[in-house]
Design a protein. Structure first.
Length: 232
């Protein structure tokens, strides 16, 4: 059964979550004596800080996307190298056979520019196989094992680049999932800490109470800022 994707429990950037956690840890350290009365110990606070540090060290999606883009660019380059090698061989084949002949069409290179990655890999393999079958007939046009080997090597390099690119896509998906899971755990701990902090200061100190309030979007921040300005 396919695993369902994990949904983010917070609606602000990971960087904001990280900074909010560090800020609230600072306030909780300040109010450590009161937090102890709720069973929220210094040890738990240190564990929360360790979670933050690990979360901050995770590669973000921009970094992973950059890696994926690099492998995609290399794949495009490898594809063009393969197409170039195939065209070079097929130019020689066309000297010997009409491009409407069965021997020419057997290579299966029509509409090569529209092929998917998988189709292009199979095309490269087919060109190598068919060229070797017809090597005796094509030798007079300069088709030899070196020409064929160029196509074979280009096919191998392209297939390798496709696999690497697909691995990077999968790595990115896994990393995003892991980051969301760890972010959710961090957010849950942040909520617990903030609920304690608000309960401590609800009837005692409105400024410190405000220290533990979380605004989950820029819109909420704007509303809060506007309300403060109006009250002032």
């Amino acid at each position: 059964m396919k695993k369902q994707s994990t949904n983010r429990q917070y609606n602000f950037p990971d960087a904001d979550l990280y900074l909010q956690c560090l800020e609230r840890i600072k306030y909780a350290n300040r109010d450590r004596e009161q937090f102890e009365q709720y069973g929220y110990t210094l040890q738990r606070l240190k564990q929360f800080k360790a979670m933050c540090d690990k979360f901050g060290d995770l590669p973000d999606d921009e970094e992973l996307l950059g890696d994926q883009m690099v492998t995609t660019e290399k794949k495009y380059t490898a594809a063009e190298n393969l197409k170039s090698a195939i065209r070079s061989l097929m130019t020689r084949v066309a000297i010997k056979y009409s491009n409407r002949s069965g021997r020419y069409r057997k290579f299966g290179t029509a509409k090569m520019g529209d092929m998917t990655d998988a189709q292009l890999i199979f095309c490269g393999r087919r060109v190598v196989r068919v060229a070797r079958q017809q090597l005796d007939f094509l030798a007079e046009t300069g088709v030899n094992e070196n020409v064929i080997r160029r196509v074979a090597e280009a096919t191998r390099q392209f297939e390798k680049s496709v696999n690497i690119q697909q691995d990077k896509v999968a790595d990115r998906d896994i990393s995003v999932e892991r980051r969301v899971e760890k972010g959710n755990k961090l957010y849950e701990e942040l909520i617990t800490l903030c609920n304690i902090g608000k309960d401590i200061w609800a009837e005692k100190d409105p400024v410190r109470y405000e220290n533990y309030c979380i605004y989950e979007s820029n819109n909420e921040q704007k509303k809060a800022r506007k309300a403060k300005q109006e009250n002032a």
